[in-house]
Design a protein around this ligand. Structure first.
Ligand SMILES: [Fe+2]
Length: 442
C-alpha cells in the first residue's frame, strides 16, 4: 500500500506540507474568481470549505495537484473555511513528524510512557478520526457491495488517521470502542476491531510505519460479507448448516477482494482471511492450527471475539466488558494465542473506560480515564454516596494519587445493564460538571 498520502487533522497542518487540492473557478462579470478546493477534506458544521486564490496561484495548484503550504497565513485561511481534515502528500512536502511536535501542554507533567499526549488531549481528535474512518469504511463497503472497486487509497488514509491517533495516545481511541451504535453494526464493529488490533500491534512493538497497513487491513476484515447473499446475512433466526457454511466463507471472500483489488501486503490479507481461525484448530474456515495462523491474525481473532461478545444484538444482550475480558483470558493458550491475550489485556487494562465499579467505600463509580502505569488504579467518576444516594455532581478521583483516593480502591465490577445504570450519561455528566477533589493541605 502506498502511504505517501495522509489524511490529517487541520490542527496538525504545518508550513512545508503539501495539501492535495484542486481549483474551482467562478466566472462572473468578466473576471474569474478562483477557489481552492481540498481533496478528501472533511468539514464539520460548514459545507463551504473553499478558500479564495489570488494572483496566479490557481495555475500552480492545478499543475501540482495541490498547494505547498508556505505561510502561517495560508493555514489560517484554510482553518477559516471550517475544514477539519485534509490530505497531505508526503512525497511533495514534509511529513507529519508527530515525534517532534509539541503536542502536549508543557505545564502538566509528561504523559505516561509510550504516549505523546495526555488521554484528555487526544480524546476529541480520536473521536474525529474514528468518525472519519467509519464514514470512509461505510462508503467503501457500499461500493464493494454495489460491485464497484474497493478504493485502496481511501482505506489507506483511514488507516493512517487511526494509526496517528493511536501513536499519540493509544488509550483515547481504545476507550471509544465501548460506544456501540446499533444502526451500523458492521462498520462500527470493523472500526472497533481495527482499533484493538492496531493498539495491540503497537504494544507488541510494531513500527509506526507498519501501523497504517495493519489498521487498513483490520478495517477491511469483514469486507467479504458483501459477497454473502443478503437473505443469509440478515437472517434473524438460526442458520441452516449450508447457510452457516456459506457465512463462514466471508473471511475467504475478504482476502479475495483484497487480492483482486491489489495493493495489499500478504500480511494484510492474512489479517482478513484468518480472523476466525483459532490457535487450537477450532476456528474457520480452514481450521488452521498453531503456527499456521499469522501472528497478526491472532490479534484480530481476539479483537473480533471481544467486540462480538460486548455488542448488543437483536438476539443477545451485551456482555459486560469485564466478563468478556475474563472469557478471553479463560481461552488464553487454547483458542487464543498467549501473547495476543497479553497484548489485549495490556491494551484494555483490567477496568476499561466505561466500566461500572463499586469502591471499598461502598460508593459507586464509572471508570473515566485509564491509568497505563497501573491499570488497577484508573481515574474514576464517583456518582453515588456510600448509601447509594446520588451525589450532586460526580467526583473525579485518580485512584493512583493517594491524596485523592483517600484509601479508596475498586472492590468489584458490576453489570450496568443489570443495575440499570446509564454509564454514558454519567460520563457526559462528568465531562460537564465533574468536580476534582481538593488537594489536601498538610
Ligand atoms: Fe468476521
Amino acid at each position: 500500500m502506498k502511504t505517501m498520502e495522509k489524511l490529517i487533522s487541520i490542527s496538525d497542518l504545518r508550513v512545508g506540507m503539501f495539501v492535495r487540492a484542486r481549483t474551482v473557478s467562478d466566472r462572473r462579470e468578466g473576471g474569474a474568481r478562483h477557489y481552492l478546493e481540498i481533496v478528501n477534506g472533511f468539514s464539520i458544521g460548514k459545507t463551504n470549505r473553499r478558500a479564495r486564490l489570488t494572483g496566479r496561484m490557481h495555475q500552480t495548484v492545478e499543475q501540482n495537484g495541490g498547494l505547498l503550504v508556505s505561510s502561517e497565513h495560508q493555514i489560517e485561511r484554510l482553518r477559516e473555511t471550517g475544514l477539519a481534515m485534509l490530505t497531505i502528500d508526503t512525497d511533495k512536502g514534509t511529513d507529519l513528524g508527530y515525534m517532534e511536535m509539541p503536542l502536549t501542554d508543557p505545564v502538566r507533567r509528561p504523559p505516561p510512557p509510550g504516549r505523546l499526549v495526555h488521554f484528555d488531549e487526544e480524546l476529541s481528535r480520536a473521536q474525529e478520526a474514528r468518525s472519519v474512518a467509519t464514514d470512509t469504511l461505510r462508503v467503501s463497503l457500499e461500493n464493494v457491495a454495489a460491485g464497484r472497486e474497493l478504493d485502496v487509497a481511501s482505506i489507506t488514509r483511514a488507516g493512517t488517521v487511526i494509526s496517528e491517533s493511536i501513536l499519540r495516545n493509544v488509550d483515547a481511541m481504545v476507550s471509544l470502542i465501548r460506544l456501540k451504535e446499533h444502526d451500523a453494526y458492521s462498520a462500527m464493529h470493523s472500526m472497533n476491531v481495527c482499533t484493538l488490533v492496531t493498539a495491540m500491534a503497537l504494544h507488541g512493538g510494531a513500527s509506526a510505519a507498519d501501523l497504517p497497513i495493519v489498521a487498513g487491513a483490520a478495517l477491511l476484515h469483514d469486507v467479504g460479507k458483501t459477497r454473502i447473499p443478503l437473505e443469509i446475512l440478515n437472517k434473524p433466526g438460526r442458520f441452516e448448516p449450508h447457510e452457516m457454511a456459506e457465512m463462514r466463507q466471508h473471511a475467504i471472500h475478504s482476502g479475495d477482494i483484497m487480492r483482486e483489488t491489489g495493493g495489499f501486503t500478504a500480511e494484510s490479507v492474512a489479517i482478513a482471511t484468518q480472523h476466525h481461525e483459532m490457535m487450537d484448530g477450532s476456528g474457520y474456515p480452514l481450521g488452521l492450527e498453531g503456527d499456521a495462523v499469522h501472528p497478526y491474525a491472532r490479534l484480530s481473532a481476539v479483537a473480533d471475539v471481544y467486540d462480538a461478545l460486548t455488542a448488543k444484538r437483536v438476539y443477545k444482550p451485551a456482555m459486560p466488558m469485564y466478563q468478556a475480558l475474563l472469557r478471553i483470558h479463560r481461552d488464553k493458550g487454547s483458542r487464543f494465542d498467549e501473547q495476543a491475550v497479553d497484548l489485549f489485556i495490556r491494551t484494555l487494562g483490567l477496568y476499561p473506560v466505561g466500566s461500572l465499579v463499586q469502591l471499598n467505600s461502598k460508593e459507586r463509580a464509572v471508570v473515566y480515564q485509564p491509568n497505563p502505569r497501573n491499570s488497577r488504579k484508573p481515574t474514576v467518576s464517583i456518582y453515588t454516596l456510600p448509601n447509594r444516594r446520588s451525589r450532586g455532581a460526580p467526583l473525579i478521583v485518580n485512584l493512583a494519587v493517594r491524596s485523592e483516593a483517600e484509601g479508596r480502591t475498586i472492590e468489584s465490577v458490576l453489570d450496568p445493564e443489570r443495575e440499570g445504570v446509564d454509564v454514558e450519561g454519567i460520563i457526559r455528566e462528568t465531562e460537564r460538571r465533574g468536580e476534582h477533589t481538593e488537594r489536601r493541605r498538610r
